[in-house]
Ligand binder design. Structure first.
Ligand code: NDP
Ligand code: HSE
Length: 442
């Protein structure tokens, strides 16, 4: 393998080898290092320069690792990477905001290119980090942060950049899709499947982030910011996780011709407003996202020129995410060689507000337990009608001990009207409980 190719000297960067420092050797760190080791020769030929993993920071030097590395490479002092003048690229694979954000800032201030898969840090602090990188003409890349192995950030920033994006809709959390798929296909128990997802390395260190919808919230914040060239604040995004989904909902949805998925939706409302939300949704079985099962993720991007583009692949795990991280590292190596780091800066140059969820118009699925006697349906239908909610279908499910389970699907109505109607419905004597309310997407 030759050194740097002639005529390709980077501005101010003139080395024979790229030096990489990795922070974190967990699920993603191991996948990244393993891929760099396994495909080293081919990677080096593609980028035209050798590389070396010079140091890897971890918390525990003696932990069993999923990848074989020389123990001498390991350190518990991240500063040995961040402050090493010889290291060109810092790969942050620790997770969370603290201390990851301080580590990344320190790396950038020390003139290092940064690659990360940390969606929480990008969604909450990405603006600051991108400004820091831009000011120094440094690369700051984060393909692995959304949808694991699926290339979505780079395509949206490059190949699709000419489009005015109308909508991005995706299944962007592998853990919850794995859980919902197993609950649906195998009638599996929620807790058991979550444990399986953790064993596979799909879940976050704190799986509340997955099942509570926060991981998807960070990811849709990132996608919406790129799609609508406007910074999206995490706290403005409506989020609902999957912990309220019961086997009865999955079964009722199936009978009605739908599947239940946790979706992230970013939709252009008008020139000044966008919808950005994460919640479970009933999708018709014919919907392009409906057959995305297990750990697979899929993202549908609608552009004004390209039309619909679907991205599909494994949304979590060591190998897939390692693939995205290594792709970024290779991109940075090429930019280093050609003197073009910092080429694609932050594109959030406009301001759009997020439409409040109360105003968002969808169809709705409502499941409730009511007394099994005459005029009950009429009483509920009256409340829905008085709140200007029109009914598309109603199905009476199992009847037991004088109680019936009723499933309604409504025509389109803003969420606020459903909230108001449900407040009245739960007060009706004949209604024992409203078991669930799930939005229905076309
Ligand atoms: P893990 O918990 O498996 O790994 C985290 C690693 O960081 C561990 O090796 C840990 O060391 C190390 N670490 C933590 N704190 C420090 C510190 N202060 N100094 C040095 N090392 C530290 O997490 P994942 O690999 O799953 O996730 C990493 C990032 O990638 C997160 O941002 C996550 O959201 C993101 N991501 C994860 C995906 C997945 O499928 N798991 C997919 C896409 C993105 P030690 O091992 O010694 O404890
Ligand atoms: N915990 C995340 C998921 C990892 O399950 O999708 C990938 O970002």
């Amino acid at each position: 393998m030759g050194g740097k190719m002639s005529g390709s000297a980077a501005e101010g960067w003139n080395k024979e080898r790229v030096e990489i420092g990795v922070l974190g050797l967990g699920v993603v760190g191991s996948g990244t290092v393993q891929l760099l080791q396994r495909n080293r020769a081919e990677i080096e030929r593609k980028i035209g320069i050798p590389f070396r993993i010079k140091r890897i920071a971890v918390r525990d030097l003696y932990k069993q690792r999923a990848v074989t590395v020389d123990r001498a490479l390991l350190t518990t002092d991240a500063g040995e990477i961040l402050d090493d003048p010889d290291i060109d690229i810092v790969c942050e694979l620790i997770g969370g905001v603290d201390p990851a954000k301080e580590f990344v800032l320190r790396a950038l201030r020390n003139g290092k290119q940064v690659v990360t898969a940390n969606k929480e840090m990008i969604a909450k602090e990405g603006h600051l980090l991108m400004e820091e990188a831009s000011a120094r003409s440094l690369d700051f890349q984060f393909e692995g942060s959304v949808a694991g192995g699926i290339p979505i950030i780079q395509p949206m920033k490059n190949a699709l950049a000419g489009n005015r994006v109308v909508e991005v809709m995706g299944i962007i959390n592998g853990t919850t899709n794995y859980i919902l798929t197993k609950m649906s296909q195998e009638r599996a128990n929620f807790g058991d499947v979550l444990r399986e997802a953790q064993e596979h390395g799909y879940a976050e260190a704190d799986p509340t982030s997955d099942i509570g919808g926060f991981d998807a919230q960070y990811k849709i914040a990132i996608l919406a910011s790129i799609a609508f060239t406007s910074r999206v604040h995490v706290q403005d995004i409506y989020v609902e996780g999957i912990t309220g989904i019961e086997a009865a909902d999955i079964e009722a949805a199936r009978e009605l011709g739908y599947v239940i998925k946790l979706v992230g939706i970013a939709r252009r409302v008008d020139d000044d407003r966008m919808q950005v939300r994460v919640h479970p949704a009933l999708l018709p079985q014919s919907h392009p996202l409906a057959s995305t099962n297990g750990v697979y993720n899929a993202v549908l991007v609608r552009g004004d020129s390209v039309g619909d583009v679907m991205f599909y692949g494994r949304g979590a795990g060591s190998g897939p995410t390692g693939s995205a991280v290594v792709g970024d590292i290779m991109d940075v190596c090429r930019n280093l060689r050609s003197g073009s780091t910092g080429r694609v800066a932050c594109t959030c140059f406009e301001h759009r507000s997020v439409q409040p969820i109360a105003e968002v118009v969808t169809r709705h699925y409502l499941r409730m337990t009511v007394e099994d006697r005459p005029k009950v349906l009429a009483a509920i239908a009256t409340v829905l009608g008085e709140n200007d909610i029109s009914i598309e279908s109603v199905v009476q499910k199992a009847t037991h001990s004088g109680l019936a389970e009723i499933v309604w699907v409504t025509h389109e109505a803003p969420s606020l009207r459903v909230v108001q109607a449900l407040e009245e419905i739960v007060r009706l004597d004949v209604v024992q409980s409203v078991a669930n309310w799930i939005r229905v997407e076309a």
